[in-house]
Design a protein around this ligand. Sequence first.
Ligand code: HEC
Ligand code: HEC
Length: 352
Amino acid sequence: MTGKTPDPRQPGQTPKRPAAADHHPGDHRATGAVPTSAVPTDNIPADPVPADAGPDDRIGRARHRPEPAAQLKARDIATTGHSWDGIQEYDNPLPRWWLWTFYACILYAILYSIAYPAWPMIDRATRGVLGYSTRDEVRADIAAVEAANAGIKERLVDTDLEQVRGDPELLRFAGSAGASVFRTWCAQCHGAGAAGGPGYPNHLDDDWLWGGDLGAIYASTAHGIRNTTDPDARWSEMPAFGDILDRDQIGALVQHVRAISGQDHDAALAATGAGIYADNCVACHGDAGTGNRDLGAPDLTDAIWLYGGDEAALTETITQSRFGVMPAFNTRLSEADLRAVTVYVHGLGGGE
Ligand code: HEC
Ligand code: HEC
């Protein structure tokens, strides 16, 4: 230092920064004061903005200029002791309004956790002195909806299924209630859109294994198919022809089935197959192969396949046979829900 006051207006005479190593945050926490030795005050210009600086320059500089330590000291405001490149942090108290809001929040949280279910315990949360429960609320909502629907459900149960179609109000109710029953109980197997999949029939087409009028759909749904729990379940069993016929005969049958369903086939083999079909298959699938609803035997002449119409699928079906099982729903659904889902499935497009 020469003792000469540096000319603040001279460019390049910016305040010298203290070496970063001298100023680790927290260094001066104990005293709270900023040691003057660490902050060079002697060469801080009184006004480091040159007189000829433009307005932008002035604003920009003023904003980022740290308050000189000497002034800080004079105002006697403690800093946190942190200093980064000469920038220090005031240790001002929190605003009152903020503090009281904070305390109010804590108080609210305590009162809330006493009044309402809050703290998780081993099997459930604390109940809260008000006894409020979201589950009770849901139960009450469900009970209210059920009470509101009780009348129309009763009417659905008392009305002949065929007559439901002539009653617009009942039909609308059954359609929407049936749709939600279907999504809950049937979609897993028949698909959310009821289009089915291999082994699970499509309810959108007008091809039915057991029948597509309201009575048949109701019976399939109420008692199920090939289950052992309901004595009235629909039942039939296609034999596994792998035990009865040899491979060549089954190969010929496959070509015959492809022929009657209008697919590419070997004509000579198909002719052989026709004879084997007549001996083994007509009892269930009919002379022409159009099926038999009393036995749930599919129509083999349409292009709709439950298990598949390609050679591999046909060979497997004939060799091993299939055994589609559907559970009974009369033990799971109320009579009103059974009827509603019947009306819904019937209304999907293929109802007869
Ligand atoms: C566990 C799977 C499964 C569930 C769940 C299921 N089904 Fe089925 N359903 C089947 C199978 C498999 C068949 C075909 C049985 C066969 O091969 O004859 C079938 C057949 C049917 C049929 C006869 C179709 C026809 O062409 O004659 C109707 C109607 C039916 N289901 C309705 C329903 C309804 C309504 C529900 C819901 C309440 C339901 N299913 C739930 C598996 C299921
Ligand atoms: C006792 C009755 C019965 C006899 C006999 C029978 N079937 Fe079947 N067949 C059925 C039934 C029932 C099904 C449906 C099985 C199911 O849904 O799980 C079926 C299904 C099929 C299918 C599947 C159709 C599809 O849509 O995927 C083919 C193919 C078939 N049978 C061919 C034959 C041939 C060929 C013969 C003679 C060698 C024959 N069946 C004999 C009852 C019979």
